[in-house]
Every structure is written in C-alpha cells, then in structure tokens.
Ligand binder design. Structure first.
Ligand code: MN
Ligand code: MN
Length: 461
C-alpha cells in the first residue's frame, strides 16, 4: 500500500461542506435558512420564541398537555412554561421506559435588561438604566441601533406587549460612546473597563414638555408611554423590558454563504430542533424538544434547565403512558444543542486548530465544555460519543469536533450538565459561531442546515 492509500485508509480528512453538496441539498439548505431568518426576525427574546413556537406547533396538531390525559403513539403535546420556556413531545411507538430522544437548546440571549426603576433625566436627556444579561463585552453595545422588546403588567393586572425599533418606521434607541477625540484616558483602559455597566444608559428622548421643572424631558417620555401603552412610572416595576440590537437577519458575503443576526446563540439550534419535530411521523422513541430560558446566566430559575418544570413535564408524559420517570431518564439520550466557537483566523492564538470547529464543516460535536481542567463540564463518555457518531453517519450528517479554545484560555457551559445530572446520557453539539455574544453574530448556512439534520437524526435514533 502506498502512503497515499494508507493516509486515505487511516487518517481522518474532514472536508468543507460545499464539497459534494448536491443541488437538491443546496436548495433545501437555502429554503431552510430563509425560514430560519424569518424566525430570527420574529423572535428576539425567550418570550417571543416561546409564543411563536406554540402558535406554529398548534398548527401542526400539538396540544397543551393536561395532567392525567391518556397519550398514544403519534400524539403531539407541549408544555408552555409560563411563556418563558417550552417543552414539546411526539409520543413514540416504544414505551417511555425505553427512554426518550431529547434535543435541548436555549432561546435566551445576552442583552441589556431595564432596571426596575429605569427612567431618569440627566442634562435634559431622558434615559433608561439597564443591567446587562449574560456575558457581554460592554463596549460592543454602544453606538449600535437598539430595539425595545418585552411586556409590562399594569396596575390593574392587564398586560401590554411592547416592541419598538424593528419596523422601518419605528425610532431606534441608542447608547452613546465617547468620541475618539477625547478618549485619551478611555483608550488606556482595558476592553473590560472601557465602558462600565453603569454607562449602558439608553437614550429615549430630548424634547421637554412645556412648563417648569428639572424633569420636563422625562415627563414628556412618560406622557408618550402613557398615551401609547397606558403606562405610569410604577409599572416598570412589573415589567420585563429589554434592549436588543435592532434589525433583521441578513446574508453575509458576496456568495451569501453566511447569516448575520442578533442571538444565533442559541436560537440557531432551537430552530434546528423545532422544524424536524413539527413535521415528523410516529418515532420509535418519544421525541422531546426543549427551548430553555436562563442558559446565559447559569440555567437557574423556574424557566432554566435546572428547574423541576422539565421533570414535571416528563413525569406527566410517563404518567400518561404508564411508564416510570426514572427508567425513562436512565434510557434517554439528550443532544444539548448549543453553539460552539467557529475558528477565527483573526484570533488564531486562542484556539487549538486541531480541535476547533470551523465554518462550513457541519454540526460541531463538543465532548466537553467547562474551563480550567474541564471544570463544570458534563464530559460525554466514549459510548455517548460513539452513539452520536453512528447516528450522524447513518443519516448523512456532516459533523466535526469542537472544543472551546485552548486549554486554560477560558471556557463556558451549556445545559448539558443539568441534563446529565438527571441520569440522561448527554452530548453537546451545535452550530459554530463567529463573534459569539456580540450584538451581531455570524453563522454559516451550511452548518445551520446540518444541525437541523442532526436534530432530526437524534429524534429518529
Ligand atoms: Mn448557548
Ligand atoms: Mn451563550
């Protein structure tokens, strides 16, 4: 055997996804990415993603689960967890004692939440004070167009939904940065210190109402909010309002091979889970899709992946089919569908190239996340990795390996550890992303498409 033959036989040689991509696949990829972009334009918060998905799922025959209901193979149910996270299932032909195939992604993304008492005036400019949510480089969130999204509960208990900054006729909002001409001191600071959290104050208006006082601009803004939404200042206390980057998902590059949007992490994996679930027939094992909240701050809280809400949903499924929750978990598999860092040639020094995911090489499988000696990682076993490799290969899913940067360079986590803690075999996999957690992130269409096929393969395994 020649060395070339030996190489071919023995060494792995990953290929760019466009090599061998058929016209049919390309057409499917393009139409999938169009639908994904529409989802991204409609959903910028976990609430919006939850509401949007419930509406679509109901059109596909999904019904809200009722404790005690009898479920048959092929039945489609969902649990809306307080409008913040969502769990859906298609009942399989096998007993839930044999386990479920679960895909779990999160639909919250880094952003700037309004403080409970946000509105103030300084130097005749009205502002909202914010507290950022998730890990952000604060300097990136200045001088970019922002939109306001959320809900407000008024004193009488009625709720009003607010979205300002997405329509072409809407105003946008803005956090100012210091002009370069006077930045001698600021430019000497580290990137972490250049813009402080308490400087992420959002400009709302500058026109004073007629009259006397030091709050005429603030008063005018409050008057406008009252006229449009019936709000008084105290209502901010019972609101969930957040500032996110304004604008739509766009194609990137002359070849349009990439997509730029706010919050690909992790709605790119959420959408990859949703589509194949909604259109599947009767799977062998029950297929479960999770859209979790609060991943960006540790999966805590009632709508995070550590919440008992998931166990309650699965218990309801088991009760409805006469199965045991413990047996079900013990025999289940979970794809923790979350993004990885695509190799960035602008910053090669942080990555181990041999173990980093790359744009256009397919869904990236991450054996372990964590930091400093795998701290906090779920660390999938050889058996779990074997299962996913076999499943993806059999379904023609192009996959690659991901690790989050060089050893001791940093790290991160996903929901994987919280699924594994429940005695569920779990592996992380998802879409490689450039500029993760920046206001606008970039992914490749090919990797989006492959991740959708990966989720489909897991449901049907
Ligand atoms: Mn994520
Ligand atoms: Mn993240």
């Amino acid at each position: 055997m020649t060395n070339d033959e030996l190489r071919e036989k023995l060494l792995s040689s990953p290929k760019n996804g466009y090599v061998g991509l058929t016209e049919a696949q390309r057409a499917e990829m393009e139409s999938y990415c169009k639908r994904y972009a529409a989802f991204m334009d409609a959903c910028k918060t976990e609430r919006e993603a939850t509401t949007w998905t419930v509406e679509l799922a109901e059109k596909h025959g999904f019904k809200a689960i009722v404790p005690g209901m009898k479920l048959q193979p092929g039945d489609k149910v969902y649990k809306n967890n307080r409008d913040k996270s969502l769990m859906l299932a298609v009942i399989g032909s096998a007993s839930l004692n044999e386990g479920a195939n679960i895909c779990a992604a999160h639909v919250d993304s880094p952003r700037m939440d309004l403080k409970p008492n946000p509105l103030y005036e300084d130097s005749e400019i009205a502002y909202f004070k914010t507290h950022y949510y998730g890990g952000i480089k604060k300097y990136q969130w200045t001088a970019v167009p922002l939109a306001l999204h959320g809900v407000v509960y008024r004193k009488d208990g009625s709720v009003v939904t607010v979205t300002v900054g997405e329509d072409d006729n809407d105003p946008i909002f803005y956090v100012s940065d210091l002009l370069i001409h006077l930045s001698a001191d600021q430019m000497k600071k580290t990137l972490a210190e250049g813009v402080a959290g308490e400087q992420l104050n959002v400009i709302l208006g500058t026109e004073p109402i007629e009259g006397e006082g030091a709050d005429l601009v603030k008063l005018n803004v409050m008057k406008l909010l009252n006229e449009k939404y019936g709000l008084i200042e105290e209502d901010f206390l019972t609101a969930e309002l957040t500032m996110v980057p304004a604008g739509k998902c766009r194609e990137v590059g002359f070849d349009c091979s990439l997509l730029a949007a706010y919050g690909h992490d992790d709605r790119v994996c959420a959408f990859a889970e949703i589509e194949p679930l909604l259109t599947m027939g009767v799977p062998k094992h029950t297929a479960v899709c999770i859209l979790a909240d609060k991943e960006e701050i540790g999966s805590v809280g009632i709508s995070g992946m550590q919440s008992q809400a998931f166990d309650t949903f699965m218990q309801d499924l088991c009760d409805s089919t006469g199965a045991s929750l413990n047996r079900c978990f013990e025999n289940s598999f979970c794809l923790s569908a979350d993004v990885s860092n695509a190799f960035d040639p602008n910053f090669p020094e942080v990555s181990d190239r041999r173990n980093n995911s790359q744009l256009n090489y397919g869904v990236s499988i991450c054996k372990y996340t964590g930091s400093r000696g795998k701290g906090g990682a779920s660390d999938a076993s050889a058996e779990a990795m074997g299962h996913i490799r076999k499943t993806f290969d059999a379904a023609g899913v192009r996959w690659q390996i991901a690790t989050l940067g060089k050893v001791d360079q940093g790290g991160g986590g996903t929901v994987a550890a919280y699924m594994a803690n429940r005695n569920i075999v779990t592996v992380d996999a998802g879409v490689p992303v450039l500029s993760m957690h920046a206001p606008i992130e970039v992914v490749s269409k090919y990797d989006c498409y492959m991740t959708m096929l990966a989720c489909k393969a897991i449901y049907l395994a």
